[in-house]
Design a protein around this ligand. Structure first.
Ligand code: SAH
Length: 225
C-alpha cells in the first residue's frame, strides 16, 4: 500500500497525474541510470503533481523542471533522484539539511529516506506553500525555516547530510562547518551555464570532492524575501 493511499482521489491523481504516470516516470529514471531502489520507491509514491500549480499538474510526471512562481523552479525528477542517490550511496544519513525548499518536493523525497529533514528557504511565500503540502501529505519529519540558507542552520548542526538545490559560485564554508566529519554534502556549484554537481564525502582522515555531472540550477542568492 502506498504511504499516501489515504489521500483523496484528487490528491492521489487521475489520468496524467495517476499512479500509472508515476510508474512511467520511474521506468524512465531507471532507463536513465538511477539505480537506488529506495529512492525510486519513494518517488514512485510521492505525488509530484501536488508540488506544482494546478495548471501544470498534467506535466508533473514529465522528467523536466517546472516553474513554481517567484522565478524559481521545482527541480527535474532525474536531478532529485540523482542527488538523493548520491547522498545515500555510502551510508544512510539520519539528519539532513536542505538549502532551497522551493516547492518542497526534494525535502519530501528526503523525508521518505532519512529520519529528519531540516530545510531552509529565503522566499517566504514558497515556504508557506511547501509547508501546506507537507501537512496535506502528513509528512511530519521536516522542520523548515525562513532564512538565508547560505548560513545553514547552526543551532541544529551537525548534519549527516547536506543538500543544496540552488547553485553558489563556490561552496559556503559555513555549510561545510555544519557537516559531520563523516557526513556527505551534495551541491550544484559554479556560475550559470557551467555548473557541476559536486559531492564532498569522507575519505580516510579527510574529505574528497567529486564531480558527478553537469547540471543547471537557479542561483543561490543572499538575503530573504
Ligand atoms: N528543492 C526545490 C528546488 C527549488 S529551486 C524543490 O524541490 O522544489 C531552489 C530554491 O532555492 C528556490 O526556491 C530559491 O528561492 C531557493 N534559494 C536560493 N538561494 C537561497 C538561499 N540563500 N537560502 C535559501 N534558499 C535559497
Amino acid at each position: 500500500m502506498s504511504a499516501y493511499s489515504r489521500l483523496s482521489p484528487e490528491a492521489r491523481g487521475l489520468g496524467m497525474t495517476s499512479q500509472r504516470a508515476r510508474d512511467r516516470l520511474i521506468e524512465r529514471l531507471q532507463a536513465d541510470g538511477i539505480k537506488d531502489r529506495r529512492v525510486l520507491e519513494v518517488m514512485r509514491q510521492l505525488p509530484r503533481h501536488l508540488f506544482v500549480e494546478e495548471a501544470l499538474a498534467t506535466r508533473a510526471y514529465e522528467d523536466t523542471a517546472l516553474p513554481i512562481g517567484q522565478g524559481q523552479t521545482i527541480s527535474q525528477p532525474w536531478v532529485v533522484a540523482r542527488m538523493s542517490e548520491a547522498l545515500l550511496e555510502f551510508q544512510t544519513p539520519k539528519r539532513v539539511l536542505e538549502i532551497g525548499t522551493g516547492s518542497g518536493y526534494q525535502a519530501a523525497v528526503l523525508a521518505g529516506l532519512v529520519e529528519q529533514v531540516h530545510t531552509v528557504e529565503r522566499i517566504e511565500e514558497l515556504l508557506r506553500n511547501a509547508r501546506r503540502r507537507f501537512r496535506k501529505l502528513g509528512i511530519a519529519n521536516i522542520r523548515s525555516k525562513h532564512d538565508d540558507g547560505r548560513l545553514g542552520w547552526p543551532e541544529e548542526a551537525l548534519f549527516d547530510g547536506i543538500v543544496l538545490t540552488a547553485a553558489g559560485v563556490t561552496l559556503e564554508n559555513a555549510l561545510l562547518d555544519q557537516l559531520a566529519p563523516d557526513g556527505v554534502l551534495v551541491a550544484p556549484v559554479g556560475a550559470a551555464g557551467r555548473q557541476q554537481l559536486v559531492r564532498i564525502r569522507p575519505d580516510g582522515d579527510g574529505r574528497v570532492r567529486e564531480v558527478l555531472c553537469a547540471v543547471s540550477f537557479v542561483p543561490l542568492l543572499s538575503g530573504v524575501l
